[in-house]
Design a protein around this ligand. Structure first.
Ligand code: HEM
Length: 415
């Protein structure tokens, strides 16, 4: 049954709705058509405006002095919003870049920005390529059949980011579990426990791990990103413990599930569109376009939120001071007014003005790295690939935040 606008809006606050991609996109298309700035009042959530048009997401992101990230940068349940507010008042809340606004945001972002510039990222390329080869080799070892999402895609980007941070390989599995508990928070399969208290405990575990790392890098600085964060100075003072730990958390988490979801979803799109797979193999020079098309297609970050600091209008709709707006990136990236045939997967799409990395002052710090990773993986895989097909039904994570495939059973021949 086709949903009406109210039902379509409620889907944005329902983690399970995100796991059913075609229905979810049906709801978003309806909102774009009928109610592009739509008020959502879902039972377990504080109300918000769903912003579904590309142009409007861009306008909100551009106006970062009118629409702030604080105090509600992400969609969370009422209960979690309350707990986060309480912890913020006690000074013990997570305060990452996405929780901040200027002037703090500008200063704190600059600490990591040098590390993530395209030139610095190019220096990382050999290590990324080496890891890509390791994981394609692993596919060979798995003997022609695997769950690509779980056995390959989930490991590669995490290991890249942990290498960048300078963490020992012996800690990688522990980090994998913690990031899944943190980011797959709405999906029962990944939850440590269902309660909001338990979700917050996951964060505190992260903090404890990174606090030790900070102390170690302050004692013995090396040339990794962890040392840059641990030894950063603002007006001559080091970051406090929460800001330091928050920095690690955003890098370790933001750089992981996003890219692995893109690689899995990108591979699924190539399998389901064999003409596009053939085209890419015949014309490897299309790879940079294919990478951005995979990122648009998957759009692994489903939303960020903003809060209006004063009364204003968006597309003629009155927004009041203190109202929250949810920026729906998957919707913006299928907007018929911006993309030619948006539901076609086109490895040569150009132009491709997708908003999967956001826009403006919060534009994804890791965009260059993410592109290098996705490209390195497929440049290693495609020339070695014989045949490939689905070997079961793909399954997506139920989450309103970062997600994509959690299962991608495939059968292949590879050398
Ligand atoms: C922020 C998407 C990979 C680090 C963001 C934002 C989005 C995003 C939508 C918010 C932008 C906004 O509010 O305008 C993605 C996607 C990725 C990806 C789709 C992969 C395909 C990465 C990687 C890293 C990373 C690999 C780091 C290693 C960050 C950080 C921020 C951020 C630190 C916060 C920036 C700020 O608030 O100033 N990302 N990301 N991301 N991303 Fe990514």
């Amino acid at each position: 049954m086709t949903p009406n606008a109210t039902e379509a809006g409620l889907a944005l606050a329902d983690p399970k709705a995100y796991a059913d991609e075609s229905r979810f996109h049906e709801s978003l298309a309806l909102l774009r058509r009928e109610s592009p700035v739509h008020y959502v009042d879902a039972p377990d959530y504080n109300p918000f405006w769903a912003v579904t048009k590309h142009e409007d997401v861009l306008e909100v992101e551009r106006n970062h002095e009118l629409f702030l990230n604080a105090p509600r940068p992400l969609l969370a349940t009422k209960e979690l919003d309350r707990l986060n507010r309480e912890r913020a008042e006690q000074g013990i809340a997570l305060r990452t870049l996405i929780h901040m606004d200027d002037p703090d945001h500008r200063v704190i972002r600059a600490i990591g920005a040098d590390w993530f510039r395209p030139r610095a990222m190019r220096a990382m390329e050999p290590r990324v390529k080496e890891l890509a080869k390791r994981y394609v080799d692993r596919m060979v070892d798995l003997g022609g059949e695997c769950d690509f999402a779980r056995e390959v895609a989930v490991h590669f980007p995490l290991y890249v980011i942990l290498s960048l941070l300078g963490l020992p390989e012996s800690d990688f599995d522990r980090m994998l579990k913690l990031t899944q508990e943190l980011f797959g928070g709405d999906d029962e399969e990944y939850q440590r426990g269902a309660s909001d208290e338990e979700k917050i405990q996951v964060l505190l575990d992260f903090f404890a791990y990174f606090q030790e790392l900070t102390e170690a890098r302050r004692k013995n600085p090396t040339d990794d990103l962890a040392s840059a964060i641990a030894n950063a100075r603002i007006d001559g003072e080091p970051l406090n413990d929460f800001d330091t730990a928050s920095y690690y958390v955003i890098v370790a988490t933001a750089g992981h599930d996003t890219t692995s979801a893109t690689i899995s979803g990108g591979l699924q799109a190539l399998i389901e569109n064999p003409d596009q797979l053939d085209r890419l193999r015949e014309k490897p020079e299309l790879m940079p376009f294919a990478v951005d098309e995979m990122i648009r297609w998957v759009t692994p970050v489903k939303e960020f939120m903003r809060t209006a600091v004063r009364d204003c209008e968006l597309r003629g709709v009155k927004i009041r001071e203190g109202d929250a707006l949810l920026l729906s990136y998957p919707s913006a990236n299928r907007d018929e007014d911006v993309f030619d045939d948006p539901f076609r997967f086109d490895v040569g799409r150009d132009p491709n003005k997708h908003l999967a990395f956001g826009f403006g002052v919060h534009y994804c710090l890791g965009a260059a790295l993410a592109r290098i990773e996705v490209r390195a993986f497929f440049e290693e895989l495609l020339p070695r690939l014989g045949s490939i097909e689905l070997a079961g039904t793909p399954e997506s994570t139920a989450t309103t935040f970062v997600g994509g495939l959690k299962r991608l059973p495939i059968r292949y021949s590879l050398d």
